[in-house]
Design a protein around this ligand. Structure first.
Ligand SMILES: Nc1nc2c(ncn2[C@@H]2O[C@H](COP(=O)(O)OP(=O)(O)O)[C@@H](O)[C@H]2O)c(=O)[nH]1
Ligand SMILES: [Mg+2]
Length: 438
């Protein structure tokens, strides 16, 4: 292992800039740069002068964390210097001149995984926590970082291995009619595993929705007040609003939070017959967004005629009567709002959050409930479930040896999700989205 260095804080002017070193040479590199660095004074924050060949760089707080009780499991040094592009870059350059190599994205966390400080699920959660923009995302990432999902999948894997042991036992005592493994016990164990795998798989939709944000698309005829509502929900004038029908041509996206849950809100061109070339293109786009939507907010205005064509067939939709300041809603709707006065907006945000995330917040109340949050998790659990089905078929067919090896593969698939694997391709995929210095 070589020694790596990186700036761990975001670029741009800031109060502090943190430079991190990790690897067998970390203490030697630090001693070259920091006057009076003492590797024996571990986990002690010391104010030292940093220098390079050209002279002093900064006075910085320096902390030494000896491995294995460090973030990466290796010797680690952190320099907390003044922020801004210049100072932290110069400290980094000094580390490189003293023999460290610049880290690539996610390399510190990757080393933590290799050294057994974190499993792969926790490493992913670290990345999710850095990217979180809403309370729900942060809470989910933190639970995964705490190991909740790892424990749930680990316990399930143990159950699979117990069933495999049960089978092995039955294989060793085939002659005994009423042997050590009562008839039906294996079947019951397999059925229980199936239930648990299916329950786990059902958490993926909610878990991934919290991680990625739910796609909420505003739709309705031109001039129904979609852009006005879009702006009002965001609290900023993002979309153009005019009394001319067909103003919005392109879809506009914005990230926001409703009741602490992440939402990608999209304003679209209103759908109607006719319109010029540009408007027709806009309507095509609207239809595409509607296909992907997790939920649509369908706007009906008192002064605008609404044809069913304007709407989508998405199952989750909220019908909103807009411009409630003009007149009270005539048609059946879930809610009345006014972008002008702001009335009904809080209720609308709450209703959207409930429709999209409520099943999850109920299940969240249950002890130890943890969610699959990525396609990688879903793939692994799906593979385990396919192996379990093979095991069931083989068991029924009187092939316990084959059933046992299917169970072994199911256990391996679950282990792969937790990440006690050293497969480089899996690692590359997990760490591809990380920033440098993490
Ligand atoms: N009185 C009133 N007028 C509104 C309200 N929302 C939108 N409008 C007006 O309705 C017209 C169309 O609004 P716009 O947001 O561009 O509708 P869109 O075509 O569906 O995006 C504009 O003249 C707006 O000023 C509202 O809450 N109250
Ligand atoms: Mg508009």
């Amino acid at each position: 292992m070589d020694t790596i260095a990186a700036i761990a804080t975001a670029p741009g002017p800031s109060a502090l800039g943190v430079v991190r070193l990790s690897g067998p040479e970390a203490f030697r590199v630090a001693a070259t740069i920091a006057q009076g660095f003492d590797a024996s004074r571990t986990r002690e924050v010391r104010l030292l002068t940093l220098r390079d060949a050209a002279g002093p760089i900064d006075r910085a707080l320096v902390t030494a964390f000896p491995g294995p009780a460090s973030f990466t499991g290796e010797d680690v040094v952190e320099f907390s210097c003044h922020g801004g592009a210049f100072t932290s870059s110069r400290v980094l350059s000094a580390c490189l001149a003293a023999g460290a190599r610049e880290a690539f994205a996610g390399e510190f966390t990757r080393r933590a995984v290799i050294n057994g400080k974190l499993d792969l699920l926790q490493a992913e959660a670290t990345g999710d926590l850095l990217m979180a923009t809403s309370p729900a995302q942060a809470a989910q990432a933190l639970a995964q970082l705490d190991g909740n999902l790892s424990r749930r999948i680990g316990a399930l894997r143990d159950t699979v291995l117990e069933a495999e042991a049960l089978l092995a036992y039955a294989i060793d005592f085939p002659e005994e009619d009423d042997g050590p493994v009562p008839a039906g016990k294996v079947e019951a164990a397999l059925g229980d595993i199936r239930d648990q795998l299916e329950a786990l798989l059902r958490t993926a939709a909610d878990g991934e929705r919290v991680r990625n944000g739910a796609l909420v698309v505003l739709t309705g005829p031109p001039n129904a007040g979609k852009s006005s509502l879009f702006n009002a929900l965001l609290g900023s004038d993002r979309a153009m609003v005019t009394a001319t029908a067909g103003t919005t041509r392109d879809a506009i996206e914005a990230d926001t939070t409703f009741e602490g849950y992440p939402v990608r809100l999209v304003d679209t061109a209103g759908i109607r017959e006719g319109g010029d070339h540009l408007e027709v293109l806009g309507m095509e786009r609207s239809r595409r967004w509607l296909t992907d939507a997790d939920l649509t907010i369908e706007c009906v205005a008192p002064d605008i005629e609404t044809s069913e064509r304007s709407f989508s067939a998405v199952s989750t939709r909220i019908v909103v009567a807009t411009k409630s300041d003009l007149s009270s809603p005539q048609n059946a709707c879930d809610l009345a709002v006014s972008a002008m006065t702001g009335s009904g907006l809080t209720e609308l945000r709450r209703l959207v959050a409930e429709r999209l995330f409520n099943p999850r917040s109920q299940s969240r109340g249950r002890a130890n409930e943890s969610m699959l949050t990525r396609e990688r998790h879903r793939d692994g659990v799906t593979r385990a479930l396919a192996e379990l089905s093979d095991a069931e078929v083989n068991q029924v067919a009187g092939e316990p040896v084959l059933a046992a090896s299917s169970l072994r593969r199911a256990a391996d698939a679950l282990m792969g999700v937790i990440g006690a694997t050293d497969r480089a391709d899996v690692f590359d995929r997990v760490f591809a989205g990380f920033c440098i210095g993490k």
